[in-house]
Write a protein that binds this ligand. Structure first.
Ligand code: SAH
Length: 399
């Protein structure tokens, strides 16, 4: 680090292709299809059905060979070492909201760090997972985007975050008694559609029933994107009824070019058209994510512009009062501006909610994930407007 790095930040470059790392993560069952997993077990000299047994344990959160009593004792360790290597090591958990929000910092085999956040609500439990270490999309208001892209995660590294969350719920690690993981959102670190193939494999594992998956409902899985149009089209063709979230943050290209730099590649019109095509194909409403930033994108005229652009579309707006990130000069919109923004969108007939942000005090909220091992270096302590009980603004929802 040189002194120049403390000068005002120049815009970061967009990075679509992740750097290749010399050492790939070790082979893991979750990276393999069922057929590949069975073939791998046969190659080790065991009957193919052992792969199904291993998968059932893995997706149930069991990795201790001693607990795999349906496998011959003599083979357990060999099979676990060969197909269920530990890819994610807990560095630490941090809890907020009375323990119902828990952020986990994970270390990967090569030392890369990623975070996931588990949030328990009365009616559901959602884990927010990372698809890349860092992010190449360079959004200036997002802590992850400001750190740049380290590498893509493998499918098993992404899946492992969801499996760990499912196990934490099942084991009663989160207050409220044993429960079930119901939702997964790709809103942790990284741009999921920039790591398409691994994310596609992950989706398969999230949706597949036991033994080869977590058996989640398609609509309970949300893929959030900055708007990589060709990848949105590709996702549309998959024929999955996932929830699509588009991080718009501005209704006009001029502002969006700076807030979401990838807009210089695919502009607002193109992104909305790709999302419309997704909605037509799936019959599912998509979400527009919009971080409300004081005096940047929260003006009444922008609310009207957003409202008129979305009025006839199958879209729902999720407003997120900006979460503070270190070094940022930006602040969340004050409550009256939030209310005005909501009212104007609704006046256009656009369904709108303000997100109930979880985990802000542990830097676990949207855009705050930066995966550093330093503890006790809080993000900038900007005062946050407290959202009133959700009734009036209709606060929701991470999914
Ligand atoms: N790269 C994907 C997914 C990760 S970000 C995407 O951009 O959609 C998840 C959401 O948090 C996105 O909508 C993102 O724009 C938003 N976000 C990022 N930084 C934020 C911040 N500081 N405050 C509020 N929301 C933020």
């Amino acid at each position: 680090m040189t002194a120049e790095t403390t000068a005002p930040r120049a815009p970061l470059p967009l990075v679509f292709d992740a750097p290749r790392r010399a050492a790939k993560p070790p082979r893991h069952l979750a990276d393999l299809t069922r057929e590949q997993a069975r073939a791998a077990v046969v190659e080790l000299g065991h009957p193919a059905f052992r792969a199904d047994q291993l998968a059932r344990h893995y997706y149930a959160g069991v990795t201790d060979p001693a607990a795999m009593t349906d496998l011959p004792a003599a083979t357990r360790t060999e099979l676990v070492e060969a197909l269920l290597p530990g890819l994610l090591t807990v560095v630490r958990h941090q809890s907020a909201d009375g323990g119902r929000t828990r952020k986990t910092l994970w270390r990967l085999h090569d030392g890369a760090l990623v975070e996931s956040v588990l949030m328990r609500y009365p009616d559901r439990a959602t884990v927010c997972i990372s698809s890349q270490a860092g992010c190449g999309m360079a959004c200036p208001f997002c802590a992850t985007g400001q750190g740049g892209l380290t590498r893509n995660l493998s499918a098993a590294e992404i899946i492992g975050q969801a499996v760990a969350a499912a196990a934490a719920m099942a084991n009663g690690e989160i207050p409220g008694g044993p429960g079930r993981l119901s939702n997964v959102v790709f809103m942790g670190m990284g741009e999921p559609l920039a790591n398409y193939n691994r994310v596609r494999t992950t989706l398969g594992a999230l949706l597949a029933p036991a033994p080869y998956g977590l058996g989640l409902a398609q609509r309970s899985v949300t893929v959030s994107t900055v708007g990589l149009v060709p990848a949105i089209r590709r996702l549309t063709e998959e024929g999955l009824n996932l929830t699509l979230a588009v991080s718009l943050h501005a209704p006009d290209d001029e502002l969006r070019n700076t807030l979401v730099p990838v807009n210089t590649r695919w502009n607002v019109t193109e992104v909305l058209e790709a999302a419309d095509a997704y909605a037509r194909k799936t019959g599912r409403r998509y979400s527009i994510e919009y971080a409300l930033i004081r005096d940047v994108n929260d003006q009444p005229f922008r609310a009207d512009l957003l409202g008129s652009r979305l009025a006839k579309r199958l879209a729902h707006v999720n407003l997120i009062p900006l979460n503070p990130t270190p070094g940022s000069q930006w602040d969340a919109s004050p409550l009256p501006a939030q209310r005005e923004f909501v009212a104007r969108l609704r006046a256009h007939g656009v369904s709108t909610t303000v997100r109930d942000t979880r985990g802000q005090d542990i830097d676990g909220a949207c855009g705050q994930l930066a995966a550093s091992e330093d503890v006790g270096v809080p993000g900038v302590a900007l005062p946050q407007p407290q959202l009133e009980p959700t009734v009036e603004l209709g606060a929701e929802s991470d999914d």
